[in-house]
Design a protein around this ligand. Structure first.
Ligand SMILES: Nc1ncnc2c1ncn2[C@@H]1O[C@H](COP(=O)(O)OP(=O)(O)O)[C@@H](O)[C@H]1O
Ligand SMILES: [Mg+2]
Length: 354
């Protein structure tokens, strides 16, 4: 049963449709990210879930009960949700222990229950020894751990996080991704996580909702999203890719410089002769001799190259038609610019785009 449902959720600010007809069902205990570029409506969506902003269309339901609609909204403090912001927002005049205790004291829990829960959560976030420190005496990562502990200790029905790691430096950001996922595996709190960082979304999430211009483009698990993007925006936003457009001509699909039997291509039977495919640079193989073994062989030359340490980034110019494709190759695969070469394309790795 989905615990949290967004139905045609929208929010306009004047003429700007910040959030535009978002439908999303999040299951009990699921971790879902809203991923997209700056300004696509992630924060507005999250703040509507929290109850800080009212929708101008649609509803938000939890366990079938409407929390937000255009007729009115349940106030944030009655939703049983916790929210963590980009700036850690822990109270500077309280110790770690007092910060974490705050929500429990507010709920008037018995003192021994408060102590038990604080000991437990500080142990989980490895902050037990810092219980009497003030925020100014903590690193950015430690402050964010306190914010996480404080949000989780009240056992919220839903945990909402808005770019919680963007103030941290790169190494710590990477470490905290795993920390956040570990906390989720431990407490299984239904979580909505907002980020513009695809690696962060991939490392933490059960499913990712990719947003663009106020709309959700695709919702899938990280692996499906990367290997089977359905929309042009998603294919280009998650990782890098090549787009190749083809035309169906009887049983063949003709691309710029090569052709493929339609029955070897996913989605080639769709209506309309115009087809678009995404092919990841690392799914293309560059070689000096013509490739064999059931792949599509395309003649051309190495037009440009950039060495990035972990791999080469080549631009391959197709001989006929002049299409240029990006190819990722291992560091030991060295080809000078201007070399006549071949490209092997596996039709199974060409992904149809709507
Ligand atoms: N209070 C507001 N008043 C006017 N426009 C707003 C307000 N909040 C957000 N917006 C606009 O709505 C769009 C989405 O913003 P936001 O949800 O903050 O995006 P994100 O979090 O994805 O960067 C942006 O164009 C932003 O300028
Ligand atoms: Mg935002």
């Amino acid at each position: 049963m989905p615990v949290l449902t967004l139905n045609g959720l929208g929010r306009a600010f004047g003429k700007v449709n910040a959030v535009d007809g978002v439908d999303l069902r999040i299951a009990d205990g699921e971790f879902v990210s809203l991923l997209g570029p700056s300004g696509c409506g992630k924060t507005t969506t999250l703040r509507m879930i929290a109850g800080f902003i009212d929708p101008t269309s649609g509803t938000i339901e939890v366990d079938g009960k409407v929390l937000s609609s255009t007729k009115g909204s349940l106030p944030p403090e009655k939703r049983g949700m916790s929210m963590i912001f980009q700036s850690y927002a822990i109270w500077p005049n309280m110790t770690v222990g007092q910060n974490v205790a705050f929500g429990l004291t507010l709920r008037k829990l018995p003192a021994d229950e408060i102590k038990r829960r604080i000991d437990n959560i500080l142990g989980v976030v490895k902050m037990t020894h810092l219980i009497d420190r003030y925020p100014a005496e903590l690193s950015g990562g430690q402050q964010q751990r306190v914010a996480l502990a404080r949000a989780i200790v009240v056992q919220p029905s839903v945990l909402l996080l808005d770019e919680p790691l963007s103030n941290l430096d790169a190494n710590l950001r990477e470490e905290m991704r795993f920390e956040i996922r570990r906390l989720h595996d431990e407490f299984k709190i239904t979580t909505v996580y907002v980020t513009h960082d695809q690696a962060e979304a991939m490392a933490t999430s059960d499913r990712i909702a990719v947003m663009n211009l106020g709309k959700i483009e695709q919702v899938d698990d990280p692996h499906t999203l990367y290997t089977r993007p359905r929309k042009r925006f998603v294919a280009g936003f998650i990782g890098r890719t090549n787009f190749v457009s083809g035309k169906r001509d009887g049983g063949t699909v003709r691309f710029d410089g090569f052709s493929v039997d339609a029955d070897r291509l996913d989605g080639a039977a769709r209506s309309g002769p115009e087809l678009l495919y995404s092919v990841r640079p690392q799914n293309l193989r560059l070689s000096l001799g013509a490739p064999e073994g059931g792949v599509i062989a395309v003649a051309g030359e190495v037009a440009e190259r950039t060495f990035l340490g972990e791999h080469w980034d080549y631009v391959f110019a197709v001989k006929e038609g002049g299409a240029r494709l990006r190819v990722s190759a291992p560091a030991h695969d060295v080809h000078a610019a201007g070399t006549k070469a071949w490209l092997a394309i596996d039709p199974a790795l060409m992904v149809p785009i709507d």
